[in-house]
Design a protein around this ligand. Structure first.
Ligand SMILES: Cc1ncc(COP(=O)(O)O)c(C=O)c1O
Ligand SMILES: N[C@@H](CCCC[NH3+])C(=O)O
Length: 442
């Protein structure tokens, strides 16, 4: 065999290997992808497709990484990224707290006995049911987001209720507009610049059954720039100092939210967690010293970065249409992953389950839904002989996939399958048509 014979094969195997940092920690790649020792193609053969696969060890490792870099902080997992009993048990066991944003997320927390004093309840428009569920849970912290909510909560609370105030610090996270939450003039929080945040503090103080335990801000999701987090932290400490000066209040807890970016594409850098922790600590301590206020207990709320790279989705190719663009259509789509249509999100994709010596070509992977915008990945390299029946694996699907999934076109939501030590366990079963029909009382 000559080198020329070998080169295409070499190129093929290199092209197929989506870089390791996009997969769960335990992944090995050859013709197939194995996660925690489980062959994804075999799993797809037995479980059907699409499937969302989740590596327990990766979730636990990310939890530990946050606790290690900021041991003095409370780390609250933002359950909106992926909320199910198993994941909440894992994060509870790893010593994390939990951020929930609805009565439904609280119900999942309750079902695993998540400790109340480690729960933070968010939401810009908490319904009366959300507030009742939060109060009934007992000893949670409720992050209030409007003057209406403050009064409603005060009317509901039987005993003293701990609250935090969500502040909009006027900081741009430089992320997609739909997930930018720290700038002024938007639906979340009380603006710092306009004085609304101080008005909210005053309102809380008028209610003797509300106890102000801290301040909160969250500048957005998939934020890469540490400088944005730093700026938000500095502004929040400035507010803490003003509250002490003008109202004699000492703020004990400062929650700086989540939003830490993860890589989705080979060229994406990972988030510099160690650098973040260092710069945040320095910024908070420096500002506190400058203003002469005690350093509050810090809280952070990572969601995506705890679960995103722990997840892989496996689809089966239904059909391939070759034209100016090659459309590879799979058996899922915007119902299990609306992120490309919502945020123009991009993904890496690879063929699994069979070797292919064919040259690599640029294709667009699309879903099965009745919308031209139902695209999963544009311009990804797949073997030119990709065909119906093939399996495709998409990494980085642990966050905001299972939790954002819908039943569009009456398509059943896929199962969530946990993998650990060579074993696969169904964590959340896939929906069936009976599930869908059970709700339809017509
Ligand atoms: C209040 C709050 N905290 C934490 C998060 C978690 O963000 P991420 O999943 O980007 O870490 C969010 C979502 O953006 C949020 O709204
Ligand atoms: N759903 C968004 C993140 C929302 C963040 C929650 N506040 C995403 O997939 O990127």
């Amino acid at each position: 065999m000559t080198l020329a014979d070998l080169l295409p094969t070499l190129a093929v195997s290199l092209a197929d290997k989506v870089p390791a940092h996009l997969w769960p920690d335990s992944t090995t790649q050859d013709d197939d992808v194995r996660v925690a020792g489980v062959h994804l193609a075999s799993l797809a053969a037995t479980s059907g497709t699409p499937i969302n696969v989740l590596d327990e060890a990766t979730v636990r490792a990310r939890c530990r990484a946050y606790r290690e870099v900021l041991p003095e902080a409370e780390v609250a997992y933002a359950g909106k990224a992926l909320s199910c009993r198993a994941v909440l048990r894992w994060v509870a066991e790893e010593g994390l707290s939990l951020d929930v944003c609805s009565a439904g997320e609280l119900a999942v927390a309750r079902s695993v006995g998540f400790p109340a004093d480690r729960i933070l309840v968010h939401g810009n428009a908490k319904t009366p049911d959300d507030l009742k569920a939060a109060v009934a849970y007992g000893n949670v912290r409720i992050v209030v987001d409007s003057l209406d909510e403050i009064d409603q909560l005060a009317a509901l609370a039987q005993t003293r209720q701990r609250v935090m105030i969500r502040v909009t610090p006027g900081v741009d996270g430089h992320t997609h507009q739909a997930i930018t939450t720290g700038t002024d003039d938007q639906k979340f929080g009380f603006s710092l610049a306009s004085g609304a945040a101080e008005d909210a503090v005053r309102r809380v103080l008028t209610h003797p059954n509300l106890e102000l335990s801290g301040l909160h801000c969250h500048i957005g999701s998939q934020v890469r720039r540490v400088a944005s987090f730093e700026l938000a932290a500095r502004r929040m400490v400035g507010l803490i100092a003003r509250l002490r000066r003008d109202h004699g209040i000492t703020i004990g807890e400062l929650d700086l939210g989540g939003g830490f970016a993860v890589p989705y594409l080979p060229e994406d850098d990972g988030f510099d967690l160690v650098g973040y922790a260092h710069r945040l600590r320095v910024a908070v301590h420096y500002e506190c010293q400058a203003h002469g206020v005690p350093v509050p207990k810090l809280i952070i709320e990572p969601g995506r970065s705890i679960v995103a790279t722990a997840g892989v989705t496996v689809y089966r190719v239904v059909t391939v249409k070759r034209g100016a663009t090659t459309f590879v259509a799979v058996d899922g789509g915007m119902s299990d992953n609306p992120r490309p249509s919502l945020y123009g999100a991009r993904y890496s994709v690879r063929l699994i389950g069979r070797p292919s010596p064919a040259r690599r070509v640029l294709v667009t992977v699309v879903g099965r839904h009745c919308e031209a915008g139902d695209v999963l990945a544009t311009n990804v390299l797949l073997p030119a002989d990709v065909r119906a029946g093939d399996l495709l694996a998409v990494p980085c699907t642990g966050a905001y996939h299972h939790s954002l999934a819908s039943n569009y076109n009456q398509v059943c939501r896929p199962p969530l399958i946990g993998v650990h030590d060579g074993a696969a366990t169904v964590l959340v079963r896939g929906e069936t048509e009976e599930d869908l029909l059970r709700r339809d009382l017509g």
